[in-house]
Design a protein around this ligand. Structure first.
Ligand code: TRP
Length: 450
């Protein structure tokens, strides 16, 4: 086995984990969910989910990873030898495959739109034509596949370069750029005539819009957005030095992730209102509604290109965290070289991703459980694999693993004061499992049948 790499310090893990967390989930999914679920009211519920449930789970993943110093499966094998808990890590490996295969497809779309906006291709088109372009593009087979393959090649190159020279370096260069772009876009939205209605939508809660499904959607989104439930942060945690404050890191990452999600909403929703459009389009909000906004906005080609560059950066700092889960597992458990692990797992995921992409086009008539392959991958991951993984992680640390050892890890062997530990442990034991089970039941359509 090769010697394990580490991140160079506490800033490096903060920025790498924030890179994993900040992704399509923040900039593509969060604004459209807020748009569909009543704006401010959804955001408030989301914040409660992040701070009450997300942060404790993130601390737990970091603690497991750092204590064991292994990959997602190996960590459970090392903390609980001879038990079946390693299967939790196995869920994580499957989840990385499934998430990365559809995630890389959407990431590929962002590259298509960087290109289209940079050449100002929508200049003389009607809103209907612009929105039709998206449907034509995703159902046309070759282009989305090529972009998806490009995303996977980029991801694999970064992962092949290693933890420090790949993940850490890429995140350190591109995360600040991402923050800069989002500030520029927020400022642009502020100066649009008629954006006021958008801010009202984002800041005036209408609690009549809140239903059980809203709460559960918010919780599922919180887990997805924070990269929880499948061992990505166990894997990153295993590269963290022993003197880093894990609790503070989890809080920092969650705050950055939340700020970016809200800033994405502040860039998108007011602009949508300013041009008399509606934010309830759903998944097409970013790819169908926004290009119409950019076409009509002064400097739209520039700001549009910047916006899709922002999405692409956010996506790549997340795809690398998904691939690292598999690569860490293969190199450590089977002593395969990093090169071959990256190449073979990258190739397998690319293939699954190609089928996902084609399931919007020539393969769209093949349905599994009424869903296209891409729809199925998305459904499986956010409704089943992530909650299942998250549930097992909290049950393991909350009920099976000795509490004192968790405390030792989070307090760096009693060198940090962690007065919050009691609250953390209480939430972990009682609150998170119940909440996750509710998400689960909802994913299976349980409340629908009730
Ligand atoms: N958090 C990322 C986003 O918001 C996606 C992601 C990366 C992820 N790694 C993950 C989600 C692990 C779940 C688990 O886009």
């Amino acid at each position: 086995m090769q010697a394990r790499e580490t991140f160079s310090g506490r800033f490096a893990i903060l920025i790498a984990a924030a890179g994993s967390a900040v992704g399509l989930g923040n900039i593509w999914r969060f604004p459209y969910l807020a748009g569909q679920n009543g704006g401010a009211a959804f955001i408030i519920i989301y914040l409660i989910c992040v701070f009450l449930l997300g942060i404790p789970l993130m601390m737990s993943e970091f603690a497991i990873g750092r204590k064991a110093g292994r990959n997602a499966i190996g960590s459970f094998r090392s903390l609980s030898p001879g038990s079946y808990w390693y299967l939790v890590g196995f869920i994580g490996i499957v989840a990385s495959f499934v998430i990365l295969s559809f995630y890389s497809v959407v990431a590929g779309w962002t590259f298509e739109y960087i290109y289209q906006l940079a050449v100002n291709a929508f200049q003389n088109q009607s809103p209907q034509q612009i929105s039709n372009y998206f449907d034509m593009f995703v159902t046309g087979n070759l282009r989305p596949v090529l972009w998806q393959v490009l995303v996977m090649i980029l991801t694999a190159l970064i992962i092949y370069s290693g933890v420090k020279n790949g993940i850490e370096k890429f995140s350190k260069i591109f995360m600040p750029l991402l923050l800069l772009i989002i500030i520029i876009l927020d400022a642009r939205a502020l100066f649009l005539d008629g954006s006021g209605e958008g801010y009202r939508f984002l800041f005036t809660p209408d609690f009549s819009k809140i239903t059980g499904t809203t709460i559960i959607t918010a919780l599922g989104q919180a887990f997805f957005s924070l990269s929880l439930g499948m061992g990505a942060l166990i894997t990153y945690g295993s590269y963290v030095k022993k003197d880093v404050n894990l609790g503070m890191t989890a809080i920092g990452v969650s705050i950055i992730d939340t700020i970016v999600a809200i800033c994405a909403g502040l860039a998108i929703i007011p602009a949508v209102f300013a041009f008399g459009l509606q934010p309830g389009e759903g998944p097409g909000l970013v790819f169908k509604t926004l290009p119409v906004v950019f076409q009509q906005m002064g400097g739209g080609s520039l700001f549009g290109t910047l916006f899709f560059i922002l999405l692409a950066i956010a996506a790549i700092t997340s795809t690398i965290s998904l691939l690292e889960v598999v690569v860490a597992y293969m190199t450590e458990e089977f002593s395969i070289s990093r090169k071959w692990a990256t190449f073979s797992s990258g190739l397998a995921i690319t293939l699954l991703g190609v089928f996902c992409s084609l399931s919007n086009g020539i393969l769209s008539q093949y349905k599994i459980l009424g869903l296209t392959l891409m729809g199925l991958c998305e459904y499986l991951s956010s409704n089943i694999l992530l909650p299942a993984g998250g549930l097992c992680i909290v049950l393991f640390l909350g009920w099976f693993y000795p509490m004192q050892l968790v405390k030792d890890e989070l307090s760096n062997q009693n060198t940090l004061r962690i007065r919050w530990f009691g609250l953390y442990h209480f939430i972990l034991r009682y609150f998170t499992p119940v909440a996750i089970i509710l998400v689960f039941l909802n994913g299976f359509g349980f409340f629908y049948w009730l």
